[in-house]
Design a protein around this ligand. Structure first.
Ligand SMILES: *[C@@H]1O[C@H](CO)[C@@H](O)[C@H](O)[C@H]1NC(C)=O
Ligand SMILES: *[C@@H]1O[C@H](CO)[C@@H](O)[C@H](O)[C@H]1NC(C)=O
Length: 373
């Protein structure tokens, strides 16, 4: 009897330990991502411990229970940058990274810039990791996450990444992928970022699912000088299949998303709220299937003058999809110019594991971002 009691107590503990892990399973292109799998959870207590767990060669489940603040951890730099969008206090300034000001904004006035060095380059995340937050407590402040150089099988769920040199373009990105595979980012909140909230670079990122995230573009500094962030989701090539589902994009003004260079994007059931510029920018090599999305107070849903990609999207449901993806495509709501009947776009998804599509979600604030698992 005594043994039985002890045994059941141990079993209960074991069950609780096993319960620490990713919630749910990925949908869409990264559906086979397992991250750190069933590895015993670790709880970093310092920024250096977090950096070490994320970068080492072990399969890991890393649980964040507090804010990891990297601000000031690598010092600051004061130098000369530029003011391409004006010198009003709500405009972003640009760091002169790789002579960007001289090369791209030669007419912009120069301006003194003081930025936090830690923000410029994100934390390296190695393969086979799950990075998860407990409740709403897991926050990485002042530095982003970087998945590059051939890493694979990474899950990031239910954390917030915030406050990365918001005043400065080139001040740092929140989530970077460039030469990666099988990455699932779910229920993550990003806010007050200098450059991109999400950037998939020019190398192949293969299979990626970006789901149920809150992209909070509200900022005191912006390239459009109106409190709306311009640099949001940039999906570049060279062989990327991206599922972008259930995300909430608030107060953006551009690149939400920008898609190009052999990137296949299934963008479904997302909600845009109050975009003062454009949402979609689709360049050459962008293949986009957009369905079940909701656009609320979006100035320009698709930038038509730069459109060069292949698009299937409609404010009506379409049975034309059946031959390609085995079901009808779901209608967008208020899609404006985001209309296209390209079967090239549909063919791109033929035979793939696609996310399901529901009727457009109208209450993203209670389903997307950290704390809404
Ligand atoms: C990740 O896990 C896979 C499968 O177990 C293994 O082949 C690979 O070497 C691991 N990668 C790293 C960097 O640990
Ligand atoms: C959109 O954002 C602007 C600027 O932050 C604000 O003034 C405006 O009231 C918002 N519009 C709506 C419909 O919420």
């Amino acid at each position: 009897m005594k043994y039985a009691v002890a045994f059941s107590a141990i079993a209960a503990l074991a069950a609780r330990a096993a319960a620490v892990g990713v919630s749910g399973t990925p949908e869409g292109f990264a559906s086979s991502a397992t991250g750190g799998g069933s590895a015993t959870a670790v709880y970093p207590s310092t920024t250096s411990e977090l950096v070490s767990y994320l970068g080492d060669d072990e399969e890991r489940v890393i649980v964040l229970t507090k804010t990891f603040d990297f601000t000031d951890s690598e010092g600051t730099t004061t130098t000369t940058g530029c003011a391409p969008w004006g010198t009003a206090s709500n405009c972003q300034l640009a760091i002169d990274q790789d002579d960007w000001c001289e090369n791209y904004e030669p007419d912009a006035p120069t301006s003194s810039v003081t930025y936090d060095n830690a923000g410029v380059l994100g934390i390296t995340v190695n393969s086979n990791k799950s990075l998860i937050g407990e409740g709403t407590s897991g926050v990485i402040k002042g530095k982003g996450l970087r998945m590059v150089s051939g890493v694979s099988n990474i899950i990031i769920q239910n954390i917030a990444v915030t406050d990365i040199n918001p005043k400065y373009v080139w001040g740092g990105d929140a989530i970077t992928l460039d030469d990666a595979d099988l990455v699932w980012i779910d229920h993550v909140t990003t806010a007050r970022i200098g450059r991109q909230h999400y950037v998939l670079g020019t190398e192949a990122d293969n299979r990626v699912s970006i789901t149920n995230n809150y992209i909070d573009g509200e900022s005191d500094y912006s390239a459009t000088c109106d409190g709306h962030h311009y640099w949001n989701v940039y999906l570049d090539g060279s062989s990327d299949k991206v599922t972008f589902k259930g995300n909430y994009l608030y107060k953006t003004s551009g690149r939400a998303p920008k898609v190009q260079d052999n990137t296949y994007l299934h963008i479904v059931n997302n909600y845009w709220d109050n975009n003062s510029g454009h949402a979609f920018e689709i360049g050459s090599g962008g293949y986009v299937l957009a369905e079940g999305n909701y656009f609320s107070d979006v100035d320009t849903v698709l930038e038509t003058d730069t459109f060069e990609g292949a698009l299937f999207s409609s404010d009506s449901s379409s049975s034309a999809c059946e031959d390609y993806i085995g079901r009808a495509c779901v209608a967008n709501v208020n899609g404006g110019d985001l209309t296209g009947t390209s079967t090239t776009a549909l063919e791109a998804f033929n035979g793939d594991t696609l996310a399901t599509a529901a009727a457009a979600n109208t209450s993203p604030a209670s389903t997307a971002g950290q704390g809404n698992l």
